[in-house]
Design a protein around this ligand. Sequence first.
Ligand SMILES: *[C@@H]1O[C@H](CO)[C@@H](O)[C@H](O)[C@H]1NC(C)=O
Ligand SMILES: *[C@@H]1O[C@H](CO)[C@@H](O)[C@H](O)[C@H]1NC(C)=O
Ligand SMILES: *[C@@H]1O[C@H](CO)[C@@H](O)[C@H](O)[C@H]1NC(C)=O
Ligand SMILES: *[C@@H]1O[C@H](CO)[C@@H](O)[C@H](O)[C@H]1NC(C)=O
Length: 295
Amino acid sequence: MMRYFILILCVCKLQVEAFDWFNRTIRVDLSTNRESLARQDEFLVNSERSLNGVNATNGQYPWSILTVAWSKGPESWIGIPCAGSIISENFALTDIRCTGRESQPGPATVIEAFVGGVLWVSPLPTPKYMRHYWYIEPSAENSPNIVLLQFHERLTYNPNIHAIRLAAPGNFSYEGWASLSLGFNTPVGDFSAQLQFISTSIPNNNACTFAGNLANHEMCAIEADAGDVDGPIRRFNAFSGGAWMTFEYGDVDYHATLVGIHQFQYANATSSLGIATRVSPFVEWVEKLTAEADA
Ligand SMILES: *[C@@H]1O[C@H](CO)[C@@H](O)[C@H](O)[C@H]1NC(C)=O
Ligand SMILES: *[C@@H]1O[C@H](CO)[C@@H](O)[C@H](O)[C@H]1NC(C)=O
Ligand SMILES: *[C@@H]1O[C@H](CO)[C@@H](O)[C@H](O)[C@H]1NC(C)=O
Ligand SMILES: *[C@@H]1O[C@H](CO)[C@@H](O)[C@H](O)[C@H]1NC(C)=O
């Protein structure tokens, strides 16, 4: 009940903001006929520390994907691995830096997506490719990090491949809700990526003092059963682009809902652990773009 009350109050303000999201939407076309290079000439840069969560089992979070954004250097391809979430048969959501737009030696020209598994080991199997992605151009005062990726081919759903529902549009804060953070544990050494989850809870933005000032379209989370490790609030390590999800009561039962996208961090970063972009303010943006692409 409270939720719908909040939504009604915010409609006018959000419509203005929604225009702004659309105006700053940029589409990037990717080359998908990638030259095949031997995998030993390629390397992956860890986008973040390992998650140190609980290993997921097959089919437990079937919307989770592993993405690698590849940039071509003089002698090798350099890839940034990230997590993402399937939201329809041909779209996924992730963080903007998971597209490799800031990669060295240059912006990524290919994004691969590995779907339907919880453990990926080198050599990686044949991936699905991304054909386009859209992102929202950042601005100084407001820099949303959310990115929509379009698959080259539609996915066929099965028990290991399925979409997650988006949070309801609007400004519901999820304050006080239990949540899960999904991401891949990527041990140093031979590349392997194991999907993991960590139990977290979502406080008021003001409680996440480690994060500095969060914008309204961002959120923080804390480890659910944390000790007093990093001060009163314990940060946790997750994996760029990974889902922050809750379970909401629907018509018949509880269903998984995507409420946040874990923001990108470098492996040694300390400034932004436990921060996500809220999904709710962008649902209208996502629905408009996916409808246009499918038209
Ligand atoms: C969204 O909610 C936050 C806190 O709950 C509030 O500070 C902010 O002004 C709201 N934004 C809109 C657009 O209503
Ligand atoms: C965004 O586009 C709408 C519709 O074209 C326009 O009315 C609005 O002023 C634009 N907003 C900005 C911030 O450019
Ligand atoms: C989690 O998965 C990794 C990779 O498959 C494995 O090495 C590790 O032993 C697993 N941990 C547990 C507790 O099962
Ligand atoms: C942390 O990572 C960034 C980005 O890779 C790098 O520029 C910086 O030198 C690193 N800092 C340390 C202390 O390793």
